[in-house]
Design a protein around this ligand. Structure first.
Ligand SMILES: [Zn+2]
Length: 389
């Protein structure tokens, strides 16, 4: 049920969120009650969220994924990001370029934009910052690495590769954080571009071993639990690509410990454990690992993480022969992926194809039809603490 709100409150909420959806940043918005009115939720601003119609549906019908805590996290983060973006643009328009760059990094916009999945916004603002005249080489390098990272998350690996080549010429020994970020992203890009035809054509063929070398370099600069945990998960992924399975698992397990209470570091390493266990045919333990990381993504309202982990659950369920749960999980992954324009939809599509071929078109369609009959029940039933009901 969507209740009526006074026009004043509506206007205030839309102004609060800059007239965009708090989840996907698209401009057509409705007002959502975090705690529903039927359950005693108030019309106070702290209980209201601006959402587009599609995100409104998904948030309303997935109470286990978008629980009250996750919605509050989402709300606070969206407001924080919008305020900082606004500030950066204001500073730019009054020609305060240095202050604009400081604001971008001090307010941790890069991290927030990645967590929100607002990559296009990130590309927009970074491109604008990079167009300013007289940037020092330090800022130029840092902004270029950040732009490469946004491109990487958007799935534009070749663009990211080109940007990193530019940034590489400007790297300085002093800025450890930028160096750690540079080598870490470059490793991930190389991992994706191994044997990429375009690079082979221009005589720049890269292989998995180079990704591992990048991670080794980044280990000289990584500081803090987050960077170190990311490093373990990256190395684990490269080792896996090279076929060193037990080393890869050991590396990921070390990453879980190194992450401490840092949710993103824990998530990525738990994911690594899950994907190695799955590759080893241990689907039950793979599920245990991925469900733990899914809970962390829900706590932090990290949409990309939720979508990725749901996909991973679907994959294990498929192998375990629990086809109904697999269809549920893959559908959920797609729905949430659509909220932020997940570039990995091909991956979901190929899993869905395998599923269709395994259980037969007719059975697949029947399950989908049953799900579509009761959308609310389907999404509401995604219990993440244990098996999907
Ligand atoms: Zn939306």
């Amino acid at each position: 049920m969507r209740s009526r709100l006074s026009r004043d409150i509506r206007r205030q909420v839309l102004r609060d969120f800059g007239g965009v959806c708090a989840v996907c940043a698209s401009p057509i918005v409705e007002v959502h009650h975090i705690k529903p009115k039927a359950e005693g939720g108030s019309d106070e601003l702290g209980n209201l969220l601006a959402l587009c119609a599609r995100c409104h549906d998904v948030v309303t019908y997935t109470p286990n994924v978008f629980n009250v805590q996750a919605q509050l996290t989402l709300r606070n983060r969206a407001k924080r990001v919008l305020t900082s973006l606004d500030m950066v643009f204001k500073l730019l328009s009054s020609n305060e370029v240095n202050l604009a760059i400081r604001e971008y990094y001090n307010s941790k916009l890069q991290e927030d934009l990645v967590t929100c999945g607002w990559y296009r916004r990130g590309v927009e603002i970074l491109s604008q910052l990079l167009r300013q005249d007289n940037l020092g080489s330090g800022d130029l390098c840092r902004l270029t690495v950040s732009l490469a990272e946004m491109n990487f998350w958007e799935g534009k690996h070749r663009q990211a590769y080109g940007l990193l080549n530019k940034a590489g010429e400007l790297l300085s020994e002093q800025d450890r954080h930028v160096r750690a970020q540079y080598h870490s992203i470059r490793g991930r890009v190389l991992n994706y571009l191994a044997d990429d035809e375009l690079l082979v054509d221009v005589g720049q063929k890269v292989d998995q071993r180079e990704a591992l070398e990048e991670y080794e370099k980044s280990s000289d600069y990584a500081q803090g639990e987050d960077e170190i945990a990311t490093l373990h998960s990256n190395k684990s992924s490269a080792l896996m690509s090279l076929g060193a399975v037990s080393d890869a698992l050991e590396e990921a397990e070390r990453g879980v410990v190194a992450a401490g209470n840092n949710p993103h570091g824990r998530e990525t390493n738990l994911d690594r454990c899950a994907s190695i266990l799955r590759a080893e045919g241990d689907y039950d333990n793979a599920l245990v690992a991925v469900e733990q990381s899914l809970l962390l993504s829900i706590d932090t309202a990290y949409l990309r993480g939720i979508s990725y982990r749901m996909r991973s659950i679907g994959q294990s369920m498929l192998f375990l022969g629990e086809y109904r749960d697999a269809v549920f999980a893959l559908n959920c992954s797609r729905l949430i992926g659509d909220m932020f324009g997940d570039p990995n939809t091909e991956w979901i599509a190929s899993l869905e194809l395998t599923l269709r071929q395994t259980i037969g078109e007719a059975r697949y369609e029947r399950i989908r039809w049953e799900i579509a009959q009761d959308f609310r029940k389907f999404l509401g039933s995604l219990g993440v603490n244990g098996r999907i009901a």
